[in-house]
Design a protein around this ligand. Structure first.
Ligand code: SF4
Ligand code: FES
Length: 292
C-alpha cells in the first residue's frame, strides 16, 4: 500500500509498531524503535512497515517480494510468533501494539533481514530434486514417468513448501542445535523420497537418519503450527521415522522408480484446447549443460 493511498477518512485506528532495529556494523545492540501507524481496512503488517518506510524512516530494512504469501521472503517474528508479514492483517492481531522482530534462530543481516543461508544450505544438502539411475532418459526424456493420483497425494502436501523458514525459527531443536537438519529440509527429503518417480532414497538416507536427522525431532509440533502453507513438517518427520522402522523389520521394501510411460498411440487432441508452447529448454542445452 503506498502512503499516498492512506486517506484520513479510511483510517480505522492507530497502532504502535515496535520494530527491532540493528545494524551489526554500527550498533552495539539491537533495540526496539516505536512508530505510530494509521491502520486502514485490509492493511497487513507488511503494509504497516511500508508506511513507516515511506513516512517515518526510510532506513528501515526487511525482505519481501510477492506480497501474497507465495515467495516466502517476508517471514518475521510478529507479536511472538513467526509469520509472513504480507499474510497477516494488523486488525487480525487484535492488539494495539505490533512488535516486529527478525526470525529467531537466524543471524541478523540488518533490522528485519535474517541470514537464511543455513536454511538454503540444509535444503540443498538433502538433494531436493528427482534422482534417477537412468541419466540418459532423465536428461533427454522420451515420455512421462508413471504416477497415480494416490501416489501424487502421498507427497503433494509437502511440495507446497515456500522455504520461508518459519518452521526453522519456531523449532526448539534448531534453537539448541545448529547442526540439526531441521523441519524444512527433512520435509523436503521425505517429499522426494516418497515420490514414486524418485530413485534417490540411498542418497537422502544419509541425511534423514544421520545423528542430526529425524531422530533429533522431539515432536514439539511448533513447525506445523506456524507453517503458512499447511505443509505439516512434523508429520513428514514422523512418516520418515515410521518408514525406517518398517524397512528395518522387513515390512516395507525399497522400491524402484516408476517406469516411463509408453508413447500414446492414435492420440487426437481435444477440440478448443490450446497448443502447448514450444519447450524453452532445447535438447542442445540439455546435452551441453554442466551438472554440478
Ligand atoms: S515447511 Fe512451511 S514453514 Fe517451513 S519453510 Fe516450508 S512453507 Fe515455510
Ligand atoms: S512477500 Fe512474498 S510471502 Fe510475503
Amino acid at each position: 500500500m503506498s502512503g499516498s493511498a492512506v486517506q484520513d477518512s479510511a483510517v480505522i485506528k492507530t497502532v504502535r509498531f515496535e520494530v527491532l532495529r540493528y545494524n551489526p556494523g554500527k550498533d552495539a545492540e539491537p533495540r526496539l524503535q516505536q512508530y505510530v501507524v494509521p491502520v486502514t481496512k485490509g492493511m497487513t503488517v507488511l503494509d504497516g512497515l511500508t508506511w513507516i518506510k515511506e513516512h517515518e524512516d526510510h532506513t528501515l530494512s526487511w525482505r519481501s517480494s510477492c506480497r501474497m504469501g507465495i515467495c516466502g521472503s517476508c517471514g518475521m517474528f510478529i507479536n511472538g510468533l513467526p509469520r509472513l508479514a504480507c499474510n497477516n492483517q494488523i486488525v487480525h492481531l487484535h492488539s494495539d501494539v505490533v512488535v516486529v522482530k527478525p526470525l529467531p534462530n537466524f543471524d541478523i543481516i540488518r533490522d528485519l533481514v535474517p541470514d537464511l543461508e543455513s536454511l538454503f544450505a540444509k535444503h540443498r544438502s538433502v538433494k531436493p530434486y528427482l534422482i534417477r539411475k537412468d541419466l540418459e532418459e532423465q536428461n533427454l526424456p522420451t515420455g512421462e514417468y508413471f504416477q497415480s493420483e494416490q501416489e501424487l497425494l502421498n507427497y503433494i502436501q509437502f511440495a507446497y513448501c515456500i522455504k520461508c523458514g518459519l518452521c526453522m525459527s519456531a523449532c526448539p531443536t534448531v534453537a539448541t542445535s545448529k547442526d540439526y537438519v531441521g523441519p524444512q529440509a527433512l520435509t523436503q527429503a521425505w517429499r522426494y523420497t516418497t515420490d514414486t518417480r524418485d530413485e534417490g532414497v540411498k542418497e537422502r538416507t544419509e541425511k534423514l537418519y544421520s545423528p542430526h536427522g529425524v531422530y533429533r525431532c522431539h515432536f514439539a509440533g511448533a513447525c506445523s503450527q506456524v507453517c503458512p502453507k499447511g505443509v505439516d513438517p512434523a508429520l513428514a518427520i514422523q512418516l520418515a521415522k515410521k518408514d525406517a522402522f518398517l524397512k528395518t523389520f522387513g515390512f516395507r521394501k525399497h522400491r524402484r522408480g516408476t517406469p516411463v510411460a509408453p508413447p500414446v498411440e492414435n492420440w487426437v487432441a481435444k477440440k478448443n484446447v490450446p497448443k502447448a508452447p514450444a519447450p524453452t529448454v532445447t535438447q542442445d542445452w540439455l546435452l551441453n549443460r554442466q551438472v554440478p
